[in-house]
Design a protein around this ligand. Sequence first.
Ligand code: ATP
Length: 245
Amino acid sequence: TTTQDALDVAGLSVRYGRSITALRDVNLRVGDGEVVTLMGLNGAGKSTLARAITGLLPAQGGSIAAGSIRSFGEDLAHRSPRAIVRHGVAQTLEGRRIFGGMSVSENLDMGGVTVRGAELRANREQMFELFPRLAERRDQAAGLLSGGEQQMLAVARALMSSPRLLVLDEPTLGLSPKLVTFVGDAIRAIQEAGTSVLLIEQNATMALAVADRGYVLEHGRIIHEDTAANLRSDEGLQRLLLGLG
Ligand code: ATP
């Protein structure tokens, strides 16, 4: 662990109210330039970790009970979502949450809260290069996009703030196999452009195909941590992630 890790979560415990402990003593890191995946079944606590990183816990009635969340040398715990985006950490929310009545371009601009003018336009053009389908539909209302296209828009919107760390919460949820492959390719392109990625996924096949390393969360605890190559060949783990184990 170095202070220049994109993410260094140490001893993190999170609660909702008094009685629900959603994360217990979680340790997880994303090195600068790495793609790291966090896998686990429904209710394991994946979204809770994403919310803790991006400052969205209080809005959900959650709070950090213990531990630290460091990114490029600064502690993000207890900071506002806006301050965290300014620090260079962006997230796509599970379930997309695009603005249906606004155009594709306007949705992208909403994500560029930390950039202005020429940089905003340049980032937008870069997103249209990465996602040509969005370019063709730039003036169309986002609510008219297909599910897969909305998912792409959510990823592109998060990238608009030129983040150093991108947190993706289930970007392949509900996508066809072809689009899942496309999202995987996009994540590689994002990594090549210099952004570190924490990829939260239930689709272990896709996640382990693009990630460098992975963690498995069960009932709020990390139960496995290894290289993606080792996790890919772990049959017991595959069964567990399919809910059979
Ligand atoms: P999924 O894959 O279904 O989205 P997840 O792994 O993201 O699941 P979380 O949504 O983080 O899991 O939920 C972890 C635990 O915390 C669950 O037991 C859930 O019921 C609980 N929880 C989540 N959000 C809240 C909340 N706002 N208030 C109370 N409990 C919550």
